[in-house]
Write a protein that binds this ligand. Structure first.
Ligand code: FES
Length: 232
């Protein structure tokens, strides 16, 4: 089996004398047998820590879960600073969480019931792999976009009963936030935990409307009369 890996400016091909293995096993095989300089990240080997996320054939996967195929092309996550080979810095994605205030800002001491927990139990399963951040096409036109990673976490805290200032959550995601998403669903497709940032962004939009916000693009279409050549 041949595995191709994008390294800095070239694609290198590696022959692996094994079949039916995960990408992480293949990378370790290469490091032990062919190229000790190959750099990649991993931790738990069981889909829990999120540190092994990479792209294969232009889709984000966890290397420890993905079964590698002949002639697959592996490359580092997008939208983040590359360190070496398949290793990236996650700082850009994590900084967007800070910028979006994706945490509880005004703690309210309240009893959280099992039913309350269900409101954000899916979002709480996030393993911080940044796959959604990598898959988002909006960053190619707007680097300031908060992105699916931060926005889905903002939703998580917006529905948390212990957040005493929900409005400030919503205020923080108006600029370069919920209205800048194209709802393409790429983030949802690649999430290894089955979280749908797209749906959470839609819920944040609905919540924004409750607080009096509206899509800033809505008023920039020029009016129906002009678009249809009619005047009202
Ligand atoms: Fe932890 Fe893959 S090594 S998720």
């Amino acid at each position: 089996m041949v595995l191709k890996i994008k390294r800095i400016k070239e694609i290198k091909e590696y022959v692996i004398e094994k079949e039916n293995i995960t990408l992480l096993e293949a990378l370790n095989y290469i490091k032990e047998n062919t190229d000790p300089t190959l750099a990649f990240s991993w931790g738990c080997r069981s889909g829990v820590c999120g540190s092994c996320a990479v792209r294969v054939n232009e889709k984000e996967v966890l290397a420890c879960e993905y079964k590698v195929n002949h002639e697959d092309i592996a490359e580092p996550l997008k939208n983040m600073e590359s360190v070496k080979d398949l290793v990236v810095l996650h700082d850009a994605a994590l900084n967007k969480n800070k910028k979006a205030y994706a945490y509880i800002k005004s703690f309210k001491n309240d009893v959280v019931t099992e039913d309350d927990e269900k409101l954000n139990e899916v979002q709480s399963d996030c393993i911080l792999c940044s796959s959604c951040y990598s898959a988002c096409p909006v960053f190619s036109v707007n680097e300031e976009f908060l992105g699916p990673f931060a926005l889905t976490r903002v939703w998580k805290y917006t529905v948390d009963k212990r957040e005493g200032d929900t409005k400030s959550n919503i205020d923080a995601v108006q600029s370069n936030g919920v209205w800048d998403c194209t709802l393409c669903n790429e983030c949802t497709v690649v999430c290894p935990q089955g979280i749908s940032p797209k749906q959470d962004i839609e819920k944040l939009r609905a919540k924004s409307s409750q607080f009096g916000y509206m899509d800033p693009n809505f008023g920039s279409f020029g009016g129906f009369g002009n678009d249809f050549g009619l005047s009202f």
